[in-house]
Design a protein around this ligand. Structure first.
Ligand SMILES: *[C@@H]1O[C@H](CO)[C@@H](O)[C@H](O)[C@H]1NC(C)=O
Ligand SMILES: *[C@@H]1O[C@H](CO)[C@@H](O)[C@H](O)[C@H]1NC(C)=O
Ligand SMILES: *[C@@H]1O[C@H](CO)[C@@H](O)[C@H](O)[C@H]1NC(C)=O
Ligand SMILES: *[C@@H]1O[C@H](CO)[C@@H](O)[C@H](O)[C@H]1NC(C)=O
Ligand SMILES: *[C@@H]1O[C@H](CO)[C@@H](O)[C@H](O)[C@H]1NC(C)=O
Ligand SMILES: *[C@@H]1O[C@H](CO)[C@@H](O)[C@H](O)[C@H]1NC(C)=O
Ligand SMILES: *[C@@H]1O[C@H](CO)[C@@H](O)[C@H](O)[C@H]1NC(C)=O
Ligand SMILES: *[C@@H]1O[C@H](CO)[C@@H](O)[C@H](O)[C@H]1NC(C)=O
Length: 597
């Protein structure tokens, strides 16, 4: 069959106003395969599978660790798996972990590796990996090519050490795939666990509250299922909930939320007001019907999103390892530690069909008592503020401007054998989205979401700071889609500063990564196909190591690639507003912790 040319304007044609998916920001894999077949690929490429990757830092165990001890947990093919049960494998702690007394605190680093291949034509598919019902990884597959593709994802799962050590359970992978005469790609995947151990696990006990949790309570749908274990949130009023009874001696609780958008909400940041509910989304968590926390999502672009060639071979930020969102629930323990079951509900503000949401409740238990006591001191959560303005220019061009903000703050005390600690957790959010639509031919979205966190656990009687965390997250996104050119620039900017007597690990971490991708139809008239490329810089700086990478792709080739693990002199994260003040506050908090010790 002759290569028929698919015009960008047609693929990205803009249908005005208020239908759920106003613009076609998805190119079908069949059309992509035709585009792909029309791109010149170097002869060396032709016979080999293409390697796709998401830029991420290498995971290094702390100095003095032994390992890795690697165990293949699951090997499976995903052909026609849609509406079929997840692939499962019996999990038992690997012999090297049993040799360490099945002690979670012996683990210095745990890495979950997903490695997969596929060949043919196929959609990008969302998938999840769960252990004992707790989600460990949410990810998206790469779209295959006729000669095949290969990719891998490595995720630091040390925070799930208690699950890994807990004993026998079930590992489940759901990847809903459809195979027919047109969509031929079958995914083959291996899930491997790599464990590193501290040399002398008993010498220094892990610090309370800030080491991996003692218990992780999954909040997901249980097996057996012909589906994923995530809850499916279908609309703005849908609340998916589960009932959980906490162990009576918890003294810290953090809820880790997994969320991904699909279907009519895959490109929520481009949604216009009206039936598409505008571009603002937030995941909310309710405890017994009362708002307990929220997460404003990072806009993950899947490998088939907007224009699939943009994500080959460098995939979008977060696409292979979706971000998760932590919500500090310690101040609310006064409500939860009554030995009764409590309802945890998950919803998505303004949701369209659909969001996949589930969560893991990380709990730290008092080794010195069978029951802790707790009380709520203050809880302040003013209404969400969302503003939208619409301006229509002459000629019909329309600009939508949406802003949103929220603050949630809670303070509560927990009395355990560690003392009576008062925790104040405050989170503020701001969101700004401008969407300019030019009469059916072009669209420009400029969005940013900023989240600030402050968590302070202090003994109010002595003034000692046990742990303090300041964090700032910024998710900028810029999407410009014109008739013959599509540009996407997005970034992830996260800075965390911690302090206090129990503070473990690096006192600061900063990650700044920016990815700019462009696809142009410059060769169209000559019939040679489209051209595209990506540039990404990635800078991670932390007290325990640094990583820098600057990589550029042109078509399927890597045009330049530099990386190093050198920390800038002084080591402190540079040029991030507010961090200097946070560092100063951190050292003050440390002094309070030490001086009044
Ligand atoms: C999975 O592991 C098996 C056994 O080591 C190997 O033969 C196969 O090629 C691996 N598959 C992938 C996708 O890496
Ligand atoms: C855990 O699984 C292993 C391997 O299947 C089995 O030998 C062992 O008896 C199981 N242990 C328990 C406590 O069920
Ligand atoms: C929202 O979704 C829920 C769950 O599927 C459904 O019961 C409800 O009818 C839906 N509401 C609207 C307004 O569509
Ligand atoms: C948002 O809308 C409210 C009510 O219309 C208005 O009082 C407020 O000033 C607006 N805020 C912003 C930031 O535009
Ligand atoms: C713990 O400290 C808080 C704040 O100072 C106080 O209100 C509460 O009564 C104390 N609880 C106990 C059991 O001492
Ligand atoms: C909690 O912290 C916030 C932000 O620092 C502060 O405004 C609030 O007053 C604190 N609340 C309590 C009860 O300490
Ligand atoms: C996007 O909006 C921000 C303000 O929110 C502005 O500073 C930035 O320059 C805009 N980016 C582009 C590419 O227009
Ligand atoms: C990244 O590499 C490109 C091409 O080599 C170069 O022009 C650019 O200055 C580099 N950027 C950074 C931040 O090092």
């Amino acid at each position: 069959m002759a290569v028929s040319f698919v015009h960008l304007a047609m693929l990205l044609s803009l249908i005005p106003a208020t239908v759920a998916s106003p613009r076609k920001l998805r190119v079908s894999p069949a059309d992509t395969a035709e585009l792909d077949a029309g791109t010149p690929s170097s002869p060396a490429d032709a016979s080999r599978p293409t390697t796709f990757f998401e830029v991420d830092r290498p995971l290094r165990p702390p100095p003095g660790s032994s390992g890795p001890c690697s165990t293949l947990l699951l090997s499976s093919s995903f052909g026609f798996t849609f509406t079929k049960p997840p692939a499962t494998a019996a999990y038992s702690p690997p012999p090297c972990l049993v040799a360490e007394g099945s002690s979670a605190s012996a683990i210095s680093l745990a890495v979950l590796e997903w490695r997969a291949t596929c060949q043919g034509v196929q959609f990008d598919r969302i998938f999840g990996v769960w252990l004992g019902g707790a989600e460990l990884l949410r990810s998206c597959t790469a779209e295959p090519r006729p000669n095949g593709i290969v990719w891998s994802v490595s995720k630091d799962i040390t925070k799930y050490a208690s699950l890994l050590a807990a004993g026998n359970s079930t590992l489940a992978v759901y990847l809903g795939n459809l195979v027919n005469s047109q969509y031929t790609g079958v995914y083959y995947a291996n899930v491997t666990l790599h464990l590193y151990f501290r040399r002398a696990p008993t010498r220094t006990p892990p610090p309370p509250a800030t080491a991996p949790a003692d218990v992780i309570v999954p909040m997901s749908r249980g097996l057996p299922l012909n589906d994923g274990l995530w809850y499916q949130v279908q609309n703005a009023t849908d609340v998916q909930s589960t009932s959980v009874t906490l162990p009576p001696n918890a003294y810290r609780a953090v809820l880790e939320v997994y969320a991904s958008s699909h279907g009519d909400d895959e490109f929520w940041y481009t949604n216009t007001p009206g039936a598409a509910n505008g571009p603002f989304r937030e995941v909310t968590v309710r405890v017994d019907g009362v708002l307990a926390g929220a997460a404003w999502p990072f806009p993950v672009i899947y490998t088939g999103g907007i224009y699939p060639l943009l994500w080959r071979p460098i995939t979008a930020i977060g696409s292979f390892n979706l971000p998760t969102y932590d919500i500090e629930l310690t101040p609310l323990l006064g409500k939860l530690l009554d030995g009764k079951a409590h309802e945890f509900g998950f919803a998505v503000t303004n949701a369209l069909d659909m969001w996949y949401v589930d969560a893991n409740l990380h709990l730290w238990l008092d080794p010195g008592s069978a029951a802790t006591t707790a009380g709520l001191i203050a809880y302040v959560a003013p209404e969400l503020v969302v503003n939208t303005t619409t301006s229509v220019q002459s000629g019909g061009d329309t600009t939508y401007h949406t802003t949103a903000s929220r603050q949630i703050s809670a303070t509560g005390w927990v009395r355990s054998s560690h003392g009576n600690l008062t925790t104040n957790a405050t989170r503020t959010f701001t969101f700004d989205n401008t969407n300019a639509i030019s009469d059916g031919t072009a669209e420009t979205v400029n969005q940013t979401t900023v989240t600030h966190d402050g968590i302070f656990a202090t003994d109010r009687r002595t003034g000692v700071v046990y742990y303090a965390v300041w964090a700032r997250q910024d998710f900028p996104l810029y999407l410009d889609s014109e008739t013959d050119r599509v540009t996407v620039t997005h970034g992830l900017d996260v800075t965390t500063v911690s302090a206090g007597r129990w503070s473990s690990g690096p006192r600061y971490r900063s990650l700044r990564t920016t990815q700019s991708s462009v696809v142009e139809e410059v060769e169209r008239r000559r019939g040679n196909g489209v051209s595209w490329g990506t540039r990404q810089t990635y800078r991670y700086e932390a007290a325990d190591g640094c990583y820098f990478r600057n990589v550029t792709s042109s078509g399927y080739s890597i045009a330049s690639d530099q990386s190093n693990e050198v920390c800038a002199k002084g080591g402190a994260p540079a040029g991030v507003g507010g961090v200097t003040a946070a560092l100063r506050a951190a050292s003050a908090a440390d002094e309070a912790g030490l001086v009044r010790n």
